[in-house]
Ligand binder design. Structure first.
Ligand code: ZN
Ligand code: ZN
Length: 245
């Protein structure tokens, strides 16, 4: 399984880097996980956007879904054969208005998931955990058939006990690490220390800090997370990086 980081900021894009968007590949299967601001341009740089097999949205905040509209227009207007038509766009069903917008003509089709769903997308099996966030949001656990390798994405969330069990044994844990260790409440994202502790508690092999802040010292964020994570290898998200899981 291969992870390409297309955008990693929380909230808004900054200096040429977009918000949450990740390409997950297994063999020739391509899943776009979240579709934040700048996702389509970043995707075009690594593959033909028409070659996607599916899109998954963890929630409907703009920094995770802003480019879905233009991706839909791309599927409508761009010439050439599409690999899948309509392109399935998986989203939760707790917000009917946003869920309805996942379907666009014959080009994209919204497919609902719930907390207890198990989705089989090509070689990938997805399960979910509802997180604690101001709007409904879902962490996702992706297991690759054949290898059994596991990628877990916390999506946006504050810390809560069930996360560690959900992320148990992940080969790579992607954690919403939007805050330095000292951050005043209310907190709807993890701090560096909480992300590190989560990776340690889950027994993850590696921790990727993502959904990063624009105005904090990222070296400090990484140091704090590493201090809490013990022997778990901690890295910062980067668009330069393709990660083999
Ligand atoms: Zn976000
Ligand atoms: Zn959010």
């Amino acid at each position: 399984m291969k992870l390409t980081i297309l955008g990693y900021y929380g909230g808004y894009p900054d200096h040429g880097v977009g918000t949450s968007a990740y390409l997950v590949e297994s063999g020739d299967y391509r899943l776009l996980m979240d579709c934040g601001s700048g996702a389509l341009l970043a995707l075009e740089a690594v593959c033909d956007p028409r070659s996607l097999d599916a899109v998954l949205l963890t929630h409907y905040h703009h920094d995770h879904a802003a480019d879905l509209g233009v991706l839909q227009y791309y599927y409508q207007l761009h010439s050439g054969a599409k690999k899948v038509l309509p392109l399935p766009v998986y989203g939760h069903t707790k917000d009917p208005l946003n869920f309805a917008a996942l379907t666009f003509g014959d080009f994209t089709r919204g497919v609902g998931y719930t907390a207890d769903a198990t989705l089989t997308l090509g070689p990938l099996t997805l399960t979910f955990l509802e997180t604690q966030h101001p709007v409904p949001a879902f962490a996702v656990r992706i297991e690759e058939a054949g290898t059994g390798r596991v990628l877990v994405n916390t999506s946006d969330t504050r810390a809560f006990p069930e996360l560690a069990g959900f992320a148990k044994g992940a080969d790579l844990l992607m954690a919403d690490t939007n805050f330095l260790a000292e951050h005043p409440a209310p907190m709807w994202h993890l701090t560096s220390t909480q992300a590190g502790q989560l990776a340690k508690d889950a027994g993850a092999a590696a921790l990727l800090l993502t959904h990063l802040p624009q105005e904090s010292d990222l070296a400090q964020l990484q140091r704090e997370a590493q201090a809490a994570a013990g022997s778990v290898l901690v890295t910062l998200a980067s668009t330069e990086k393709v990660i083999n899981i």
